[in-house]
Design a protein around this ligand. Structure first.
Ligand code: COA
Length: 264
């Protein structure tokens, strides 16, 4: 068994190590066990020389990942221990995706929202269906998008598009997302898997050490930043997650209605 949970399936097919987010009834929303499954699966793929490329996808036709599991937010808030463990799993999963020496690709069909986009943005490349729906609904819930999420979206699409995504919280289709630089490729939905497999085969024929070297250099160069007051950003994010508006956002999602926000 490569995966510790049935909610993430790991399988190797030729040069591709597939990681399938498998919670289709909830549009592959990421539960705590799913975040925790990512590092051990990547460890396995990393050690297996047959795996040249790692591809993440969602089970079913409707979603890559619809976000972090919103229903878990209340549980997390109820216990500092649960919150700390969840945060640790979440950070580890994203950091392992980023540091995996093999190329990681998000193959996106359907919804790719919030925490789902975070997963996709921590992969090296994103290939999506033109019909995919990508976005950051944080402002519809009353929560702050994570520091690393804002950093990623900014690096990919620049400040103007990043602000449009965060302020409108709307969904962008694959064609729009590619034009902004969020995606490497947007292809007709019927061709998504064939295109991704063939793109991966091309990369798998190239020299793994050369690819790993490029990935390491790019990661180091991306570290060049000026003075960043991260503590200030984290305090603002905490103010959001402690707010009455975030409680209203979670209630509204559960009650399937529009939230009414007060700014406090
Ligand atoms: N967390 C928990 N459950 C989720 C979820 C999430 N992020 N996204 C979807 N679901 C659940 C829904 O609650 C629903 O469960 P139910 O059948 O028990 O009621 C099921 O998945 C199907 O979703 P539904 O909303 O009925 O599908 P839809 O096609 O009408 O809408 C979305 C699809 C993606 C637009 C909508 O589900 C949505 O807005 N999800 C939340 C997206 C979000 O805010 N993500 C960021 C979280 S960090």
């Amino acid at each position: 068994m490569i995966s510790p949970t049935e909610r993430v399936i790991a399988e190797i097919d030729g040069p591709i190590g597939w990681m399938v987010m498998n919670n289709p009834a909830k549009l592959n929303a990421m539960s705590a066990d799913m975040w925790a499954a990512i590092p051990p699966i990547l460890d396995h793929f990393e050690k297996d020389p047959a795996v040249r490329i790692v591809v993440l996808k969602g089970a079913g036709e409707k979603a890559f990942i619809s976000g972090a599991d919103i229903n878990r937010f209340d549980e997390r808030k109820a216990s500092a221990e649960t919150e700390a463990r969840d945060n640790e799993n979440f950070r580890n999963a994203l950091s392992r995706l980023e540091t995996c020496p093999k190329p990681t690709i998000a193959m996106i069909r359907g919804y790719c929202l919030g925490g789902g986009l975070l997963v996709a943005m921590h992969c090296d490349m994103r290939i999506a269906a033109e019909t995919a729906r990508l976005g950051i609904p944080a402002a519809k819930l009353g929560i702050a998008y994570t520091f690393s999420g804002v950093q990623k979206v900014l690096d990919l699409v620049g400040p103007s598009n990043a602000k449009e995504m965060l302020f409108t919280a709307r969904q962008f289709n694959g064609t729009e997302a590619q034009a902004m630089g969020l995606l490497n490729r947007a292809v007709p939905e019927s061709e998504l898997e064939t295109f991704t497999r063939s793109y991966c085969t091309t990369m798998a024929e190239n020299a793994p050490l050369s690819i790993a070297a490029s990935k390491a250099v790019i990661a180091e160069l991306m570290k060049l930043r000026g003075d960043i007051d991260r503590a200030k950003c984290e305090a603002i994010a905490k103010h959001c997650s402690d707010s009455a508006d975030f409680a209203e956002g979670r209630r509204a999602f559960a009650e399937k209605r529009k939230p009414v926000f007060q700014g406090k």
